[in-house]
Write a protein that binds this ligand. Structure first.
Ligand SMILES: *Cc1c(COP(=O)(O)O)cnc(C)c1O
Length: 379
């Protein structure tokens, strides 16, 4: 079975993990700060905090901004539920804006329409690894005095107008789940250029503990620590960080492979009228975490999905079921799907094709010809 996504692990990755297992530090050791420093060097940003998942990093990012209870935060419904769940953990209200069809990213025009006096922040997701219209979103945020969180779980290594993702929002959040651009098994990180926000996020991910407790217990109290706020234990292990450091060396190669495979898909599908292809805007280095196409209404997406899985051993997927459709969101908020016409249209016609760095060319050819044959047979 060809999966829709897969990690790329080599012997060097394995060796690095084994070294940590033989060392004195399995967690809170030197590999964590090394990984955080290397993330900063790679992105060109000032502060990084490694965590045990992207979801944890989103939760800490939201919590660090201290927004009043019941504030509204505008986000996209076309994402994994973790994006807006981070708001619910913090007693904030998600407000969904519709998306743009070409990139499936949040539509800045619809963000503006959803702003009320209670709006305090925007969380935008770089869908599939294509950065959002960040400058437009920044203009909206400046005008209305809103915080920005970039959910860059798809777009580690991507860049916008020549600068890497991670340099634009108050917080940018990454995931290192196995299907994501680099992996630590489970894992994530947040980055920021603001030293105060970084300090707060670091405390919140470690029980709310401040290590710099000398001010309270005196200069000789080396045993001291102080819990200053109610935090969580969201720490990453050194085992994961060692894998992350090793993976980070290969990120540019991974992204290049992802770009090559998606270019091949684009070329092969280019002339098919019944398929709409994803597009890349000017000034973008696309991370291509996902390659998705939209099928014309005459092609039954679910039938294609089933055919590829059962007859061809090809695993495809649907990213995403819009968040407002989930039972929990329906029961808690009663969102109306008619308010998101583009999201609904895309959701009904979209399919994610396999894409990961060590896919073989013959697999890519097999997938494209299987899809083209299916469509030909439908005529
Ligand atoms: C994967 C993902 C998350 C959650 O990351 P985890 O590391 O799995 O917790 C959040 N948002 C988006 C857009 C994701 O794709």
């Amino acid at each position: 079975m060809i999966p829709y996504g897969h990690q790329t692990i080599d012997n060097e990755d394995i060796e690095e993990v084994i070294k940590v297992l033989k060392s004195d530090w399995l967690t809170t050791g030197p590999k964590i700060s090394e990984f955080e420093k290397k993330i900063c060097d790679y992105i060109g940003c000032r502060h990084a905090v490694a965590m045990n998942s992207g979801t944890s990093a989103l939760d800490v990012a939201v919590a660090s901004l201290d927004m009043p209870k019941d504030s509204e935060v505008i986000t996209t419904p076309f994402t994994f539920a973790a994006t807006s769940n981070a708001l619910l953990y913090n007693a904030l209200k998600p407000v969904f804006a519709d998306i743009e069809i070409e990139t499936r990213n949040i539509d800045p025009e619809d963000i503006e329409k959803k702003i009320t006096p209670k709006t305090k922040a925007i969380i935008y997701v770089d869908y599939a690894g294509h950065p959002c219209d960040i400058e437009e979103i920044q203009d909206i945020a400046n005008e209305h005095d809103l915080y920005l969180i970039e959910d860059a779980c798809h777009s580690f290594g991507a860049s916008y107008h020549g600068k890497k993702v991670g340099n634009y929002a108050d917080f940018t959040v990454f995931s290192f789940h196995p299907v994501k651009p680099i992996t630590t098994g489970e894992g994530g990180a947040l980055v920021t250029n603001d030293p105060e926000l970084a300090k707060k996020a670091r405390m919140l991910h470690n029980h709310g503990i401040d290590r710099d407790a000398i001010s309270r217990y005196g200069p000789n109290a080396e045993w001291a620590y102080d819990m200053k706020m109610l935090g969580r234990n969201y720490r990453m292990t050194d085992i994961q960080a060692a894998l992350g450091i090793s993976q980070l060396k290969k990120i540019d190669h991974f992204i290049e492979r992802r770009n090559n495979i998606s270019s091949y898909y684009q070329e092969r599908f280019h002339d098919m009228e019944s398929i709409s292809l994803p597009s890349t805007k000017d000034g973008i280095l696309h991370g291509w975490h996902l390659y998705t196409i939209l099928l014309e209404e005459t092609i039954d997406r679910d039938e294609l999905f089933k055919h590829l899985r059962e007859e061809k051993n090809i695993g495809t997927n649907v990213h995403y079921i819009p968040v407002y459709r989930h039972t929990f969101y329906q029961e808690s908020f009663g969102f109306n799907k008619k308010d998101y016409p583009v999201t609904e249209d895309v959701f009904k016609r979209i399919i994610t094709l396999p894409l990961y760095p060590n896919m073989e060319q013959k697999d890519v050819e097999y997938i494209t010809s299987s899809i083209l044959d299916f469509i030909e047979n439908k005529r």
